[in-house]
Write a protein of this length. Structure first.
Lengths: 278, 313, 324
């Protein structure tokens, strides 16, 4: 790793939160990619003979009312939920950062108009907008991506714009302007690298919020549709037989908490790593 | 008096915001792909049905006429006609408003009640075992889906410890608060996760402040210093965090109301969506936004009251 | 004055902040009504010394590891926390360096003064209010009554320092610890505040421990002075004696840095180098790496305070031969 400076490596070694977060993320990725190779259980096959078995050696998380292995379904759902969360965070991150960058750097009437839009969108509760959009258009993956993108970019725009306003006054940016560098070059080479860290840190928190929202949609029947395994859907289905087996709802929820804690550690760690305090 | 002027000024600033809010709520369901009448009727609709509904909803008129009609309905308080209920939207929303407000209010009270002692404990034992336990517990709370916690607590409480009602809204004020206890508590856990973190870090800052030395040098009892000086000043920055999060909570009520079958705005939103009750969804969207704007206004005022350095102008 | 028993007697005080021994065996005494100066560069342990006296360390984890602080019959080092709270603000008061940050920004001025009055003197309601007004007037705040409900941000720095003095004097303490009371103020205001402290000391018989890095302030106010370097007192005596015949090379260097002070004898080179790292102080005399007169013995042997004339002590191994 000679391309990483000694200082950066030392900073990483001291950063316990980042190490824990990355380790938890790696474990999760390993499970998602490797587990299907070993799990012989078919996540879709209904087998009433195997219904509602409690957790044990054969079925670590038990089976649901249709006899499907809960562990296999929780692992399979991890891929589904994480994929949605990553798309629903990354696209708004790119759009929002671009808007914030332009709004803050260009200023003037562009800034006023863009920020008014952000302010007003801010007034609509996230869940209400997403539910209204997905609910009206009908539950589908594409509609979900669209709803989240439409709503989630404003946080990133606000964060990045605030940083740009600070950086714009810094000497190196002023110097680049005096030297007559092109606007594109100044924005991409001098401003962007210095404003993006807080947005990346927020992206980690946003993954948690988005997973919560995606699973909530699934739970309400407005997101991923059964029989595709999805944590929110599984919790909702588990409710139907909760008096006969608590495991159907418990384990998908624990999986959500695991992801949440992972990204909380990553967020804390990245905050320290990208923005070392003095 | 100054405060009154400040509030009035803020209210005036809100008028254009409210105007744009109605515009967005109006456009939201119209710029999205898909024709409302077709969506409402779904696959059952014949072309004749769709045409009739289009006329009935006024969707054949130009967009600006439709919007003016919507604005007129809002000003009259009717918010348009509900398709599912076949009556004005406004009064129906008003009827359901109180359950949601009570849920948000009670959860905020619980959140504050949890935040102060836990943040104090964490800050005073900074870096110690207590601090870490509180941190880990509330990080988990923050990533815990409210609906999942609701499902599990309902199971636990309905079987093992039948103390709290697990569904519905009850009759009379006390009974209703009793019914709201569990859902409010679940929401509060998520809020507290955030506010404890914020209050803890500002407590740690304030504990180092020079004016705390001045207060201690007066010989005041440590309890008095902690409450009148440390906590009082630390709470200011937490007010903003609480305000922003309450806006989030208002959206979150949709899910929790569904789990606990509380007849609030969120419950109405979900049933209106499955009934394809367009005007109701539109009216509810505006109502939710107005609630958020109001919470933000209250936060601003609370902030100005709490911090005398904020200029009331 | 020399006959009266000391009001405060500090013996061998040692205070540690983790691995750093900020105060290392400091001894001095203050007599009733006296203004005693504690002078030295920043980081020499003078603030830590006075904070040790009332055991307030501003949130830092500090430990008084040795010595005693005798005050009106109590050893403050061994007093329990409640007992210490009864003394703070009541018998010993303290004012801090930066008046801009030393007042609670969300509490009205009147209330900040009244707190102490209520706590130690049991005054409440109207009598407390009248007392607060009288206090504000005594420190030169005009139209005091109308200022009670003001907040600190409405006051200038000088006014805030007056308020802080009023807070300190609220219970007529016998000792005032003033930690760099004028450092953060404009020059013109500095003079006013010093004169105010001097006047109050004369009028009420208040003893003052004046902590400063500014020998000009010492010359203007103090009866006696102790010079601190790297956690220790290196010279101690009457202000006039020390200004006329500084016995320690460090004191001498400080005096030479003073514009108004016309040095006698040969001029020393300006004081170079940095104060030592207190987590690993140098062997022998702590000043020897910066001292123009250091010899082999200074590098090895640790000097202790020795009298060189009546009521004038210094901790320099070569004090006798140098005759500064």
């Amino acid at each position: 790793m000679s391309w990483v400076s000694a200082e950066t490596r030392a900073r990483f070694r001291r950063n316990r939160s980042l190490q824990v977060g990355l380790a938890m993320l790696a474990a999760l990725a390993l499970l998602i990619f490797v587990a299907p190779l070993f799990l012989h259980a078919d996540i879709m096959a209904v087998d009433f003979g195997q219904a509602l078995l409690p957790p044990g050696a054969d079925h670590w998380f038990g089976t649901d009312d249709l006899g499907r292995d809960v562990f296999a379904r929780v692992v399979s759902a991890a891929g589904v939920d994480l994929q949605i969360a990553i798309v629903c965070v990354f696209v708004p991150f790119v759009i929002g950062s671009a808007v914030g960058l332009i709004s803050g750097y260009v200023g003037g009437i562009t800034d006023v108009v863009l920020m008014r839009i952000v302010d007003v969108l801010w007034a609509f509760p996230f869940y209400v907008l997403v539910i209204a959009i997905v609910g009206s258009l009908g539950p589908s993956l594409l509609n979900m991506y669209m709803a989240f993108t439409l709503v989630a970019w404003i946080s990133f725009a606000r964060i990045v714009r605030g940083e740009v306003l600070l950086v714009k006054r810094m000497e190196y940016v002023q110097a680049a302007q005096v030297l007559g560098y092109s606007q594109t070059r100044i924005i991409l080479r001098h401003v962007l690298p210095n404003v993006i860290a807080p947005a990346i840190v927020f992206m980690m928190a946003d993954v948690v919020l988005t997973i919560l929202a995606v699973t909530a949609l699934g739970f309400l029947g407005l997101g991923i549709q059964p029989p595709t395994p999805e944590w929110g859907v599984m919790i909702s289905e588990g409710r139907n037989f909760i008096l006969d087996g608590w495991w159907g709802s418990l384990f998908p929820g624990l999986a959500i908490v695991y992801v949440g804690v992972t990204f909380a550690f990553l967020g804390d760690g990245l905050d320290d790593f990208l923005r070392p305090k003095a | 008096m100054v405060l009154l002027k400040f509030t009035a000024g803020r209210l005036l600033q809100l008028i254009p915001v409210l105007f744009v809010i109605t515009l967005i709520a109006f456009l939201l369901l119209r710029v999205l792909p898909g024709d409302p009448a077709t969506l409402i009727l779904g696959s059952r609709g014949t072309p004749e049905d769709i045409a009739r509904l289009t006329t009935q909803l006024g969707l054949d008129r130009p967009l600006w006429q439709q919007y003016l009609g919507f604005l007129g309905d809002m000003l009259r308080g009717s918010f348009g006609q509900s398709i599912a209920y076949r009556t004005a939207v406004g009064p129906l929303i008003l009827e359901r408003l109180w359950a949601t407000l009570a849920l948000v209010g009670l959860s905020t009270v619980f959140a504050v009640a949890m935040t102060v002692p836990f943040a104090l404990m964490a800050a005073l034992h900074k870096g110690g075992v207590v601090d870490h336990v509180i941190k880990v517990f509330f990080v988990m709370m923050m990533s815990m889906p409210a609906f999942w916690l609701g499902v599990l607590l309902v199971l636990l409480l309905s079987i093992a410890f039948p103390i709290f009602p697990v569904s519905g809204f009850g009759e009379g004020v006390m009974d209703r608060l009793y019914h709201l206890f569990l859902p409010s508590f679940i929401i509060a856990l998520g809020t507290a996760a955030l506010t404890i973190r914020s209050l803890r870090s500002s407590l740690i800052d304030v504990l180092k402040a020079d004016y705390i030395d001045t207060a201690l040098a007066k010989g005041l009892r440590s309890r008095r210093v902690l409450l009148a000086h440390v906590l009082r000043n630390s709470l200011i920055s937490t007010i903003s965090v609480l305000g922003v999060h309450t806006s989030w909570v208002i959206g979150g009520t949709v899910v929790i109301e569904s789990v606990f079958a509380i007849p609030g705005l969120g419950y109405l939103l979900l049933s209106s969506i499955s009934a394809r009750d367009y005007p109701m969804v539109q009216g509810l969207t505006v109502t939710f936004a107005v609630l958020v704007v109001t919470i933000n206004l209250i936060t601003d005022i609370a902030y100005a009251v709490a911090d005398p350095r904020v200029k009331l102008s | 004055m020399s006959g009266s028993p000391p009001l405060l007697q500090v013996e061998g005080l040692v205070t540690r902040f983790g691995a750093v021994t900020a105060v290392d065996g400091v001894s001095f005494d203050i007599r009733p009504g006296e203004i005693f100066g504690l002078v030295g560069e920043s980081g020499c342990g003078k603030s830590a010394t006075c904070r040790s006296l009332i055991r307030l360390f501003g949130g830092a984890s500090a430990e008084i590891a040795g010595g005693s602080v005798l005050f009106e019959g109590n050893d403050l080092v061994r007093l329990d926390n409640r007992g210490m709270e009864d003394i703070r603000g009541n018998r010993i008061a303290m004012i801090f360096q930066d008046p801009m940050t030393a007042l609670n920004p969300t509490m009205r001025i009147g209330e900040q003064i009244a707190e102490g009055v209520r706590r130690h003197r049991g005054l409440k309601g109207e009598p407390a209010r009248r007392e607060v007004i009288a206090l504000l007037e005594s420190v030169g705040v005009t139209s005091a009554e109308s200022r009670l409900s003001a907040y600190p941000h409405e006051f200038s720095g000088g006014m805030r320092q007056r308020v802080l003095i009023a807070i300190a004097l609220a219970c007529r303490p016998h000792l005032l610890i003033a930690d760099e009371p004028t450092t953060a103020l404009d020059v013109t205001i500095q003079d006013q505040i010093l004169k105010l402290i001097l006047r109050l000391s004369k009028e009420t018989g208040l003893a003052v421990l004046m902590v400063t890095h500014d020998l000009g302030v010492v010359a203007q106010t103090c009866d006696r002075v102790a010079v601190m370097y790297a956690g220790r007192i290196v010279e101690r005596g009457d202000t006039r004696q020390i200004f006329r015949r500084p016995a320690h090379p460090y004191t001498r260097a400080l005096l030479d840095a003073l514009p108004a002070h016309t040095g006698r004898g040969t001029r020393l080179k300006p004081l170079g180098g940095e104060p030592p790292d207190l987590s690993a102080p140098p062997q022998g005399c702590r000043f020897h790496p910066r001292c123009a007169f250091a010899t082999e013995v200074c590098r090895v042997e640790q000097p202790s305070l020795q009298p060189i004339e009546s009521r004038h002590d210094t901790a320099c191994l070569r004090a006798g031969e140098l005759g500064l």
